[in-house]
Write a new protein. Structure first.
Length: 213
């Protein structure tokens, strides 16, 4: 592919910058146009109809820049809207769910996978389906982390006591199941990966951002 045209990427907020960071690491010569819909974040608590509408608007906006491809960095939009977007988008479009699921299956090596994601992503079961399409008998559990995105958008890090207390609560059940892999199925979670790694010492922490890049 020629470099002259940029790669366009959107997320519901700043979390997608974790995908930009990973992409810059792997493809340092590419131009990236990033749109973060910070005015309407979070997407993860909205209906699938609203997420689809927002994702279509985000995509249309980015197409003005004549990108050579669009990356849907938002897990929620990838889970709920990718097929629809793909049917209308004039350039190749890539979501984060399939690459993240593939990496989780690879790293799990037959062990279980725990997917941490927003409420909408969990409800869609997109990760479970993508993982089990690759490995039908692999045990998959999903854990919603509803308030994590707001705390991260507020600028709280993995050291923040409120964020840590909340994370501890979300991971309590997951810890007992001892999954081989914890998959960060939300753009924002890599920003607090240090705290997640600490709370899940026996699991490999895989993030969809790097897998997509
Ligand atoms: N970008 C969303 C995701 O990856 C997280 C933030 C939100 O809820 O909008 O699922």
């Amino acid at each position: 592919m020629m470099k002259e045209r940029p790669i366009a990427m959107f997320d519901s907020g700043l979390g997608g910058l974790t995908v930009v960071r990973a992409l810059q690491e792997f493809l340092p010569n590419e131009d990236i146009i990033y749109f973060g819909d910070t005015a309407r974040v979070p997407y993860g608590i909205k209906s699938s109809r609203t997420v689809l509408k927002f994702a279509e608007q985000d995509c249309d906006f980015l197409l003005r820049f004549k990108p050579k491809m669009v990356i849907v960095a938002c897990n929620t939009a990838s889970a709920l809207a990718l097929d629809e977007l793909d049917s209308k988008c004039p350039v190749p479009i890539l979501g984060v769910v399939k690459p993240g699921a593939a990496e989780a299956v690879k790293q799990a090596d037959g062990g279980g996978v725990a997917v941490l994601a927003t409420e909408a992503t969990v409800a869609s079961e997109a990760y479970t389906k993508a993982i089990q399409a690759l490995s039908p008998y692999l045990p998959v559990i999903q854990q919603r982390c509803p308030s994590l995105v707001s705390l991260i958008e507020e600028g709280r890090s993995g050291n923040d006591p409120i964020l840590r207390a909340l994370l501890k609560e979300y991971l309590e059940h997951v810890q007992q199941l001892r999954p081989a892999v914890v998959l960060l199925g939300c753009t924002h979670y890599p920003l607090v990966a240090d705290a997640i790694i600490e709370l899940m010492p026996g699991s490999k922490v895989v993030d969809s951002a790097r897998a997509t890049a």
